[in-house]
Design a binder for this molecule. Structure first.
Ligand code: FE2
Ligand code: FE2
Length: 189
């Protein structure tokens, strides 16, 4: 990340996120504090299917695939960076809604469930990992769409819409890797 030297403002633009959809991110703001909306976003942030799960899954896949599939390994770390940006966006939004963005979800009875490493699909080979990564992106999009319907705050709806554009872009990138490495004719495992 330090390659660009003094260009600090680059950190605020998608420029460093090579695996992000090429569009600006909306301003992080909310109509007002709302713990109920914060709880919905905590699921996207640190639930079973969440940004935190995606980051840890992609980084693990990056580690284990690096020796044999360097290109896919690079793609995974590149996409993980974008998921970190999503994590940050959600944390800022949850804070504005008046809730502490600890890595946990909160149920209706105030019960907390902290994120844990069993949420990660570890996998055993390239193609089951890529298939799980794509399935995770689709599941994340479905949750974002559901939450968009439940959240009556135009700023948050816009934030989620922008995140969805990135997730759709990730599906395209993962599909390219699958086409290249997991087609039946070229199957290596
Ligand atoms: Fe994400
Ligand atoms: Fe994604």
């Amino acid at each position: 990340m330090g390659e660009k030297g003094p260009e600090i403002k680059g950190c605020k633009t998608p420029e460093i996120y090579k695996c992000a959809y090429p569009a600006p991110y909306p301003e992080i703001r909310v109509v007002g504090q709302n713990p109920y909306y914060a709880r919905l976003l905590l699921e996207d942030y640190a639930g079973q299917v969440s940004e935190l799960s995606a980051i840890n899954q992609y980084i693990y896949h990056h580690f284990v695939l690096e020796p044999e599939y360097e290109e896919v390994s690079d793609l995974l770390s590149c996409i993980a960076l974008v998921e970190m940006h999503h994590l940050e966006i959600l944390a800022e939004t949850i804070l504005l809604l008046g809730v502490d963005p600890r890595y946990r979800t909160i149920d209706r009875n105030e019960g907390e469930r902290y994120w844990d490493a069993t949420f990660v699909f570890y996998g055993t080979a390239l193609c089951d990992r890529l298939a799980a990564d794509i399935a995770g992106e689709w599941a994340a999009i479905a949750n974002y769409r559901r939450h968009q319907q439940m959240i009556n705050d135009p700023f948050i709806k816009q934030i989620l819409e922008r995140i969805i554009l990135d997730e759709l872009h990730h599906i395209r990138l993962f599909n390219q890797a699958i086409e290249r490495y997991c087609q039946p004719s070229m199957k290596r495992e």
